[in-house]
Design a protein around this ligand. Structure first.
Ligand code: ADP
Ligand code: MG
Length: 254
């Protein structure tokens, strides 16, 4: 078996008195797609944010590719530069796109490579064009974000994350804020990334999509992984009562 791309062990996070992640253990093989599901407040976003060091955990270990950090009890917190390097290896796409409104689409995509990786502008522009073509926005390179639909903005956000050439992509409810008719175009981009072998964790309420695209489904509740397994099994025949109860809120599971 190959070395896992992502390894999380004993991960703990609390905000004040509120314990949000309790001893999370998760291993993701290279090229695997994981759907992370669970009720609101169960800690899904916090888990992704810990993997991107947007939130610093109190304990445990996170390894992505060759970059590893330990947290808590005597371990040294990564310095800002190490954090930035780690973060750029992990592309994150949020529910809200957070594009720079004063920059054109292509400038948005070039910004990270130029400012964080010191990539020459011409090279960053060529990379951005290639990625915008890939997400179906070759004709929008020079427009400003306020001229785009939500689905188009989210595709720019995906291209922007890919421009950092990350080893893994993390999606936090990337389609939740979209009008229903715009969800499909974003899911198509995610589907294409999966087919290319990108390692991804998708926090999603699109249960049908999770079943189709994800290799494994992880169900979280109250900061704990309650059930994990092949997508068809967890969604089709959940073993835990809590998973069954959660999935019963979704009509279309086939
Ligand atoms: P999910 O994404 O599954 O809905 P979250 O990870 O966003 O869950 O939140 C888990 C819990 O942590 C919630 O109770 C939430 O209110 C709390 N929480 C998240 N971020 C913070 C924060 N920065 N400060 C305090 N509490 C937080
Ligand atoms: Mg969330």
């Amino acid at each position: 078996m190959s070395t896992p791309k992502i390894e999380i062990s004993g991960l703990r996070k609390q905000f004040g008195e509120l314990v949000v992640l309790r001893d999370i253990n998760l291993t993701v093989e290279p090229g695997a797609v994981i759907a992370l599901i669970g009720p609101s407040g169960s800690g899904k976003s916090t888990l992704l944010r810990c993997m991107n060091l947007l939130v610093l955990p109190e304990g445990g270990k996170v390894r992505i590719g060759e970059h590893a950090f330990s947290f808590g009890d005597g371990s040294k917190l990564p310095n800002v530069k190490e954090q930035a390097r780690f973060r750029s290896n992990t592309g994150m796409v949020f529910q809200h796109f957070n594009l720079f409104p004063h920059m054109t689409v292509i400038q948005n995509v070039m910004e990270g490579p130029v400012s964080v990786k010191n990539m020459p502008k011409a090279q960053a522009e060529a990379l951005a064009r290639k990625l915008l073509d890939k997400v179906g926005l070759a004709d929008k390179v020079d427009v400003f974000p306020n001229k785009l639909s939500g689905g188009q903005k989210q595709r720019v956000a995906i291209a922007r994350a890919l421009a950092m050439e990350p080893e893994v992509m993390l999606f936090d409810e990337a389609t939740s804020a979209l009008d229903p008719e715009l969800v499909g175009e974003v899911l198509n981009v995610i589907r294409a990334l999966a087919a290319e072998g990108m390692t991804m964790i998708l926090v999603t309420h699109e249960i049908g999509f999770a079943r189709e695209v994800a290799d494994r489904v992880v169900f979280m509740r109250d900061g704990v992984i309650v059930e994990e397994g092949p997508a068809r099994e967890v969604i089709g025949e959940p073993k835990q009562e809590a998973t069954r109860a959660f999935l019963s809120h979704f009509h279309n599971r086939s």
